[in-house]
Design a binder for this molecule. Structure first.
Ligand code: SAH
Ligand code: SF4
Ligand code: F3S
Length: 461
């Protein structure tokens, strides 16, 4: 029996890709290993988005040398994903004990590459990025019983100056509507109740497809699947909520009013140098349109602090913008110059690391303050919670999420996992709400699913 161990770095798209790699390996007869020391094939699925992410992989590679207790004698070591795509065969110099390098598409060929490596060929690189990427997803290969990621597009057509992703993942390709709906249907038949649609600019989905359907069309089509309770999508770009998007999605049963739509900076000068393609006023307009349709919509952001040339005043504008928009969650990153990106070529990384740290902590402190105030407002309300299962910090309690993505902890029987329950909130901390099962329905409960599926809208697949 052959066994494979897959370790994942990076974003949700990489987590999904690891599930697809595991599917390909399982179809080729591999069993799953939970530890590299038991594996005939060790796979690192890597991320290049910041230098730190790459450093972690390089140090992990160092510990996976043949002869180390982490390696089974004769086993094969593969590096796949964004770092593989970016660095390619140069990685064989960094880590001469690597046997296989593939990128963000050809990782599905791991079983064949493994056979070639075992047959005595080492240093195999498979890095083609040009082909369309399509696969028949087997719903059984997923890491969560009730939730699944579904990629609806791959790649990115924008050129934010700091970003390596267009290099590592290539041009944008949307998957046809019918394929996505079919994949979600098969996941739902296997017990999934919440899907998160993935794309780098997920709300530009569809533009290359016949009839140019958009994300609202796709969300409406998925809303027709009776067993599906919730649909989320990440990550959105502020420029692509077009054609009355908010009005078209707000009444969908499965739509969750939590939108991750990174602002990156609150300074127009910095946004311009980032080539983000919007100003703060345009972002404000997007927020106003969203809130006109969905007053309680929750918005989350990413921020880059210490972008080249960012002054204290630029930073103060980010901090003010965070407050003004009232984001519910922020992911803050210190600028990291990525090789061959426009910002790396054009600008010096001139903000000292100590200033980046201070700005990072500053934005996080403002966000915590906002989040605590927002959470406190939920106390006393009864909210609809989708139960994930036992809480990670206390197995005796259950953990779930509200439609607006807040974590809720409460007591209840484990069989509630995967179900929607009304929870009355008693107490709030910055990240978490605490409550109890309610008898009355939730104030924000979604309508019940249709008994019989309605007719699917006629959108060319
Ligand atoms: N496609 C998504 C996410 C891209 S990567 C989007 O456009 O929002 C996730 C986040 O990492 C980005 O939103 C950005 O905040 C951050 N990031 C990307 N490149 C970076 C870099 N070179 N240095 C620091 N942070 C970076
Ligand atoms: Fe990178 Fe910008 Fe594309 Fe996001 S939209 S993946 S930040 S280039
Ligand atoms: Fe994701 Fe990192 Fe690649 S964030 S797209 S795995 S560079």
């Amino acid at each position: 029996m052959k066994r494979a161990y897959v370790e994942t770095y990076g974003c949700q798209m990489n987590k999904l890709d690891s599930e697809l790699a595991e599917q390909a390996l399982s179809e080729a007869g591999f069993e799953r290993a939970d530890d590299p020391s038991q594996a005939d094939l060790v796979v690192l699925n890597t991320c290049s988005v910041r230098e730190h992410a790459e450093h972690r992989v390089v140090s992990r590679l160092g510990r996976l040398k043949p002869g180390s207790p982490l390696r089974k004698p004769g086993s094969v070591l593969a590096l796949v994903g964004c770092m593989g795509q970016r660095e390619g065969e140069r990685l064989f110099q960094v880590a001469p004990h690597l046997d296989i390098v593939t990128g963000t598409k050809e990782f599905v060929r791991l079983p064949q590459l493994y056979d070639q490596a075992r047959a005595g060929r080492t240093r195999l690189a498979a890095l083609d990025l040009s082909d369309d990427f399509e696969y028949a997803r087997d719903p059984r290969h997923r890491s969560d019983r009730h939730k699944a990621f579904v990629s609806i597009m791959r790649g990115c057509d924008l050129h934010c100056t700091y970003c390596i992703v267009p290099t590592t993942r290539g041009a944008e390709e949307s998957r046809p509507l019918a394929l996505v709906v079919d994949e979600v249907r098969r996941l739902v038949d296997d017990g999934v109740v919440e899907v998160t649609l993935l794309g780098q600019t997920v709300n530009s989905w569809g533009k290359q497809l016949p009839g140019a359907p958009d994300l609202a069309d796709l969300l409406a089509a998925l809303d027709e699947l009776p067993g599906l309770l919730r649909t989320r999508f990440i990550t959105s770009h502020p420029n692509f909520f077009r054609d009355r998007f908010w009005e078209r999605v707000r009444d969908l049963r499965t739509f969750c009013p939590f939108i991750h739509v990174p602002a990156q900076s609150g300074s127009d000068r910095v946004l311009k140098r980032m080539a983000r393609l919007y100003t703060t006023d345009q972002y404000r307009e997007m927020v106003a349109e969203a809130r006109a349709a969905i007053p309680d919509v929750a918005l989350a952001s990413d921020w880059i602090v210490g972008f080249p040339g960012e002054t204290d005043d630029d930073h103060a504008q980010s901090r003010a913008f965070l407050r003004e928009v009232g984001f519910v969650q922020s992911f803050v990153f210190k600028y990291s110059p990525r090789p061959e990106t426009p910002s790396e070529r054009r600008f010096d990384d001139d903000v000292p690391d100590a200033a980046k740290d201070a700005r990072c902590n500053d934005l996080l402190a403002v966000q915590d303050e906002l989040a605590l105030a927002q959470s406190a407002r939920e106390v006393g309300r009864t909210l609809e919670v989708l139960v994930d299962g036992p809480s990670k910090t206390n197995e005796a309690r259950l953990s779930g999420r509200t439609r607006r993505n807040k974590i809720v902890i409460f007591e209840g029987p484990p069989h509630l996992a995967g179900r929607l329950v009304p929870i009355t909130i008693d107490r709030a901390s910055t990240q978490t709400l605490y409550g109890r099962l309610a008898d009355a329905p939730a104030e924000d409960a979604a309508p019940a699913p249709p008994a019989a599926p309605r007719r699917l809208p006629l959108i060319p697949g």
